[in-house]
Design a protein. Structure first.
Length: 249
């Protein structure tokens, strides 16, 4: 019993040492957790101050950051305990939150006639992207590039939908200034913000950037990208909701 407590204490102080000694990956897991949690609280509470038609969008933003907060709590622990990348937790998180981001695009364009078929296509593309990305990260060096390429096709399909497909057409025909402003910013997120993920993936052995960064820096890329994309994406929708609510009054 006492050895158990002692070893638990030892691993706790190892973990603390990692954070206090400036391990950037440990620090970004820690900050990522707090930032996601704080954002979730913010989006849930702020639902009350926007026009009712925007409330569900804010609810979804709160769910995205809330789900991420729970995963960061576990990913942080996993990393501190093992020093390994928490790949499985990461992909469970993304498999829940990326389809919810597709729901955000659907909700924004729904008042202008978005169909659930568009949402289904976006979700299927995101699942293709994530399932093949997970296989690529876990199946070893030889096929890493191939799975990465297949995953990128799913990613490019989402980019296509938002820039030139159904989502783009609806946004254009809506004649809504608020929607076109939101779409402009969200396009920046899914091109620049989301492109950080495949760059992180490329540090894996056998891939294009392998050797230029430590393999463990994959989590640094992913943690920074998640904070930008989940919190930033939510804030864009929040700012549009606030502006439209003020206009409606
Ligand atoms: C909140 C989480 C988000 C927005 C996650 C997005 C993830 C991606 C855009 C991942 C993309 C990938 C590729 C395009 C190729 C290599 C494998 C992935 C899964 C890292």
């Amino acid at each position: 019993m006492s050895t158990l407590i002692l070893s638990a204490m030892a691993s706790d102080s190892d973990a603390l040492a990692k954070i206090t000694n400036g391990d950037p990956i440990a620090i970004t897991f820690f900050i990522g957790y707090m930032a996601m949690l704080a954002s979730a609280v913010f989006f849930f509470v702020e639902r009350g101050s926007v026009d009712p038609k925007w409330r569900i969008s804010l609810l979804v933003s709160g769910l995205i950051t809330g789900i991420a907060a729970v995963h960061y709590y576990y990913m942080r622990d996993f990393y501190l305990a093992t020093g390994q990348s928490p790949t499985a937790f990461r992909y469970v998180d993304w498999t829940l939150t990326v389809p919810l981001m597709c729901v955000e695009f659907y909700l924004l364009t729904k008042p202008f006639g978005a169909k659930t078929a568009t949402l289904t296509k976006l979700i299927l593309a995101s699942l293709l992207m994530l399932v093949t990305g997970f296989i690529g990260e876990t199946s070893g060096v030889e096929n890493n590039v191939m799975w990465g390429v297949i995953s990128t096709l799913g990613y490019l399909y989402i980019v296509y939908e938002v820039f030139a497909g159904d989502v783009a057409k609806l946004a254009k025909d809506s004649n809504s200034e608020a929607l076109s402003r939101a779409m402009f910013l969200l396009k920046i997120f899914i091109t620049l913000g989301w492109s950080i993920y495949p760059i992180g993936y490329m540090v894996l052995p056998g891939n294009l950037l392998s050797g230029m960064f430590e393999v463990s820096s994959i989590d640094l890329f992913y943690n920074v990208a998640d904070a930008i994309n989940k919190i930033g994406f939510g804030l864009v929708i929040y700012s549009v909701a606030i502006a439209e609510t003020a206009k409606a009054k």
